[in-house]
Ligand binder design. Structure first.
Ligand code: NDP
Length: 292
């Protein structure tokens, strides 16, 4: 059976990896990119490059968008609105849940259907089945194209709300960047004390590997709204973060990161929760704590 043909719009590192994955698996691919020269290598491998976005949309029902953000999508597709009817837009550009919901409405108003995607891997992970992408939007549209999308990565359908894929992506990024920054900060303090990144690596890894145990322990308590101070107390956390801050200052390293963490811990104590677990801070973030 012949493989479904696909249009890919956007040939940054991600879009190019996607085109290569489709070509490798025998899918005919039509490409368009604002900077046309980026298609050269892909054309040599069998992709068909078209000169206009209208031609790209006309070529296939399935149109994968891999752009910097959703504003780039509007910049490209708004002038070609008349060519959108009947298309399935699989938007693999990162942006906010609100932008994804607005884009789904925008596409629907023009006779197209929109699937939001949140790709969880860098270009090197494209074409690997153990990678994963969150999808959300109309289930029938997702199911109709699941097999073709699986060429890019594994799929994780999160639900009909078009914002969900973007939401799952962003809350993972929330954790990812904070964790990575904490590592860079610790590296700076280590370096100021003559410890190289290489020397610190097994210790940094051990700390990161301990995190899932904490998540598993605290999650049922958080879901139950229970924050007993039986294994940790917010007041103890304040003392601990103060030590981190002072160690940072003693090393002559920018203290902005631990200072921000300390400020949040102190707010929890000021709200009267010094005897509770640090997990009480989740309510502080939601603004649902009551000052006692
Ligand atoms: P890039 O930012 O390199 O992709 C840029 C693409 O968007 C290019 O095709 C560029 O065109 C186009 N573009 C940007 N602005 C405009 C505009 N105003 N008008 C027309 N075209 C525009 O990103 P990547 O390829 O790295 O990633 C694509 C998406 O995937 C992003 O949303 C990114 O967040 C997400 N992602 C990326 C990962 C990564 O590791 N790279 C990992 C997971 C997700 P031109 O070539 O003409 O500049």
């Amino acid at each position: 059976m012949s493989k479904q043909s696909v249009t890919v719009v956007g040939l940054g590192p991600m879009g190019r990896a996607m085109v290569e994955a489709f070509l490798d698996r025998g899918h005919p691919v039509t490409v368009w990119n604002r900077t046309a020269s980026k298609a050269a290598g892909l054309v040599a491998k069998g992709a068909v490059q078209v000169a206009t976005i209208e031609e790209a949309l006309a070529a296939n029902e399935l149109v994968v968008l891999s752009l910097t953000d959703y504003d780039a999508m509007y910049a490209i597709l708004e002038p070609a609105s008349a060519a959108l009817a009947g298309r399935v837009l699989v938007n693999l550009s990162s942006d906010t849940p609100a932008k994804a919901r607005a884009a789904a409405e925008w596409a629907t108003a023009r006779g197209a259907r929109h699937l939001t995607g949140g790709v969880q891997v860098p270009p090197s992970g494209i074409g690997k089945p153990d990678s994963s992408t969150y999808y959300s939007g109309p289930k029938d549209v997702f199911e109709a194209h699941r097999e073709t999308l699986t060429v890019l990565t594994g799929t994780d359908y999160r639900g009909a709300d078009p914002g969900l894929a973007a939401l799952y992506y962003q809350i993972q990024m929330d954790m990812f960047w904070t964790a990575m920054l904490s590592w860079l900060h610790a590296l700076a303090v280590a370096d100021a004390n003559g410890i190289s990144a290489e020397e610190f690596l097994p210790y940094a890894t051990a700390t990161m590997e301990s995190i899932p145990g904490f998540l598993g322990f605290y999650t049922p308590r958080i879901d139950a709204g229970a924050h007993p101070g039986d294994v940790d107390r917010l007041a103890m956390g304040v003392a601990s973060v103060e030590h981190v801050l002072h160690t940072t200052e003693d090393a002559g390293i920018d203290p902005a990161l631990p200072a921000a963490v300390l400020e949040i811990f102190r707010r929890g104590v000021a709200a009267g929760y010094g005897g509770d677990s640090f997990t009480r801070l989740t309510e502080l973030f939601r603004g649902t704590t009551v000052t006692v």
